[in-house]
Design a protein around this ligand. Structure first.
Ligand code: HEM
Length: 398
């Protein structure tokens, strides 16, 4: 650095200590020594989000949010715009990568008890992010105006219509009319763009809360001395970097070799309000919630169960009363939690099949277990658990 640039950086630093703050939070920040690769998934989610926002800007340059032009503007991007297919593939593949990273990220949090004090706000801001990502993805899926876009949106609008008293008025107010038309498509486009970029602010909040409490770790026991920590850089920049190489390889394979592997062929047919597809199937990342929506005969009941399945996650820090964080040290909780993960996957498979016979029953059993775990097993099991009953010398420490 020359003397002049050093003077300039000192001048800026005195007025806005941005370099020293960055150093404190992202270079010297003390991290537990023993984090495993499951702690990479927050970084994976951040990178996927970055790729989505960047590719989304380029897609927006060519997209037309009208019922007559939306589908053809996407086709033009895929077939005529230079590298348009690539940008679209990065965007579509990015959504799957983001959801995959998020589901593992949430499962990691549940397993290691990262929602427990003092990290409740990290958990709550994370759930806020999950909801925002879901809203953004759902709105985005409607934009190409294919058959699945149209009919998927219709299923959700119909579900909201069943809300007593306000349902119909609310959807028609939000959609700008009774049916899905130009007004609705415009609003959905604005919603997609707006929520997508607002996510950045909430991620900043999520990381800020994380940096107050510090990272949890696989033992669930907070480090007590500097012997048990290492600085974020170079230890975790390199560990995250290595993990990212693998993550990006999988992402690249999807983008370059299987851009349509995770999407439905039906959405390459333009929306037709007069022809209902034989099966309305969501993208894989919404399948578990779609299965819950259809698990009971009542539409309103399905809506309550599906929204409640995420709602209950907000209460987890208070439902789990155990002083011990990590499921590694909770032999009774571990199998129950693994069953919960299986139930979520079972719901995912059920959501991709017609709601009849075995698939319907599988989704019913799985949704029953989802609520059983959070409302009964977790609170009851944690109530009898004390640190000493699990062989810990004092609460929260081995
Ligand atoms: C766009 C969405 C999200 C992004 C970009 C994101 C990003 C991150 C990052 C970078 C970290 C630090 C690295 C790590 O621990 O993996 C982190 C930690 C954390 N996140 Fe997220 N996150 C998101 C969504 C969520 C969700 C949905 C939840 C749970 C409901 C959540 C809960 C947590 C928790 C509890 C931690 C602290 C974990 C620990 O130290 O054990 N996050 N997040």
């Amino acid at each position: 650095m020359t003397d002049k640039s050093q003077d300039l950086s000192r001048w800026v630093e005195k007025r806005l200590p941005i370099v020293s703050s960055f150093r404190r939070e992202y270079v010297d920040f003390a991290m537990p020594k023993n984090l495993n690769y499951l702690w990479n998934f927050g970084a994976f989610a951040t990178i996927s989000l970055g790729m989505l926002l960047l590719s989304g800007i380029f897609l927006a340059l060519n997209y037309s949010p009208t019922v007559s032009d939306a589908f053809s503007s996407i086709e033009t991007m895929d077939r005529q715009v230079a590298s348009g297919w690539l940008v679209r593939s990065i965007h579509m593949g990015g959504v799957s990568m983001l959801f995959a990273a998020l589901y593992v990220h949430v499962a990691r949090g549940l397993y290691y008890g990262s929602y427990k004090a003092p990290r409740e706000l990290i958990w709550l801001t994370g759930l806020g992010l999950l909801l925002m990502v879901m809203i953004t993805a759902f709105a985005g899926y409607i934009l190409p105006w294919g058959q699945m876009s149209y009919w998927g949106a219709t299923v959700v609008v119909n579900a909201f219509n069943t809300v007593p008293l306000i349902g119909k008025a609310l959807t028609s107010w939000l959609m700008g009319g009774e049916g899905l038309g130009n007004a609705a498509l415009h609003r959905i486009y604005v919603l997609h763009f707006l929520t997508a970029f607002s996510i950045i602010g909430v991620v900043a909040l999520h990381i800020a809360t994380l940096h107050v409490a510090g990272s949890n770790n696989p033992t669930g026991i907070d480090p007590e001395s500097s012997d048990e920590t290492v600085p974020f850089h170079p230890y975790y920049t390199s560990k995250d970097g290595l993990g990212l190489c693998f993550f990006l390889i999988v992402y690249a394979v999807i983008v370059f070799f299987a851009p349509d592997f995770l999407t439905l062929a039906e959405n390459y047919v333009q929306a037709n309000p007069l022809v209902t597809p034989q099966d309305i199937t969501p993208e894989w990342y919404f399948a578990p919630f779609y299965a819950i929506l259809r698990a009971v005969p009542s539409k309103l009941g399905g809506l309550i169960l599906a929204t409640g399945s995420i709602g209950v996650l907000f209460a987890v820090p208070w439902l789990d009363k155990s002083p011990v964080r990590s499921a590694k040290s909770r032999p009774l909780l571990r199998p129950a939690l693994l069953m919960l993960f299986f139930s979520f996957m079972a719901l995912g498979f059920a959501g991709m099949h017609p709601p009849a016979g075995g698939w319907l029953w599988l989704s019913r059993v799985a949704v029953f277990y989802w609520y059983l775990y959070f409302l009964i097993l977790l609170p009851l099991q944690s109530r009898g658990e004390t640190a000493s009953s699990l062989g810990f010398a004092k609460e929260g420490r081995e």
